[in-house]
Design a protein. Structure first.
Length: 255
């Protein structure tokens, strides 16, 4: 059995993802945002202070080790091949670390897979705080109903106050403008939120720059809004599965 040889996340992870190991196409269709290759690339350097990420390639699977509020754990292996062998390799790695084998972000299909190969070995506990937010596209596009009345009013005020606004798809040529807008947004947000938010805001900037540097390789898409030719808002995301889109960044000036 191949042993897990973990390395700190960074350029190695990006190389693995861009060459096909654990790419989104091999992630489960019922998987959450954590299985997105972009999420994996974005978060290492911008990780929470309690989270340390390491990765390894095992029998064609990308495996991730992290430690956070739930203790140390592993992401369910992403890839294709002998999943049982990959899980056993994680089990051996956890034993070497003196830790129990804890898998996180496990989907229903993956739970069934675990029961098939390791019947009765695992206990499944929901982590409500870790759930993804899911929105129906029609609900966001139409903003129907009383609950979304405030959002409709906000949009109407924006259109009324900014008659020159235009929407454009983000291209490699407009990425530097988005990055410059983010720098200005950071300064304004820091003034508004205070120094206690400085680390979180700075970490988000690291994630954004990393994503922009590999925008095309990661298959990212996005749109921006201009007012009098200046970028005042943008959003970037990618397709997570056949029916789900993952929004990674949303930036807009508050005024």
């Amino acid at each position: 059995m191949r042993r897990c040889r973990f390395a700190c996340v960074g350029a190695l992870l990006l190389a693995l993802l861009l060459t096909g190991c654990g790419k989104a196409g091999t992630a489960p269709e019922d998987g959450g945002a954590d299985f997105s290759e972009t999420e994996q690339v974005e978060t290492p350097e911008a990780a929470d202070a309690l989270t340390v990420k390491e990765i390894a390639q095992v029998n064609g699977f990308l495996v991730t080790h992290l430690c956070g509020r739930m203790g140390c754990s592993y992401m369910y292996p992403a890839g294709s091949g002998d999943i049982a062998a990959a899980i056993r390799a994680l089990e051996e790695d956890a034993a070497r670390r003196g830790q129990p084998l804890r898998l996180v972000c496990v989907t229903r299909r993956q739970m069934a897979e675990l029961e098939e190969f390791f019947p009765g070995r695992f206990e499944y506990v929901p982590d409500r705080d870790g759930y993804d937010y899911l929105y129906e596209i029609d609900r966001l596009a139409d903003l129907a109903g009383k609950k979304l009345h405030a959002k409709r009013n906000h949009i109407n005020r924006f259109i009324e106050n900014n008659p020159t606004w235009v929407y454009e798809e983000i291209t490699p040529a407009s990425l530097p403008e988005c990055l410059e807008m983010d720098k200005q947004w950071y300064v304004r947000s820091l003034q508004r939120e205070g120094v206690e938010e400085e680390r979180d805001l700075g970490d988000e900037g690291i994630a954004l720059r990393t994503a922009m540097e590999h925008y095309e390789e990661l298959g990212l898409e996005g749109g921006l809004i201009r007012v009098y030719g200046e970028v005042v808002a943008f959003t970037i995301g990618d397709r997570l599965s056949a029916d789900t889109y993952d929004v990674h960044f949303e930036k807009a000036y508050g005024e």
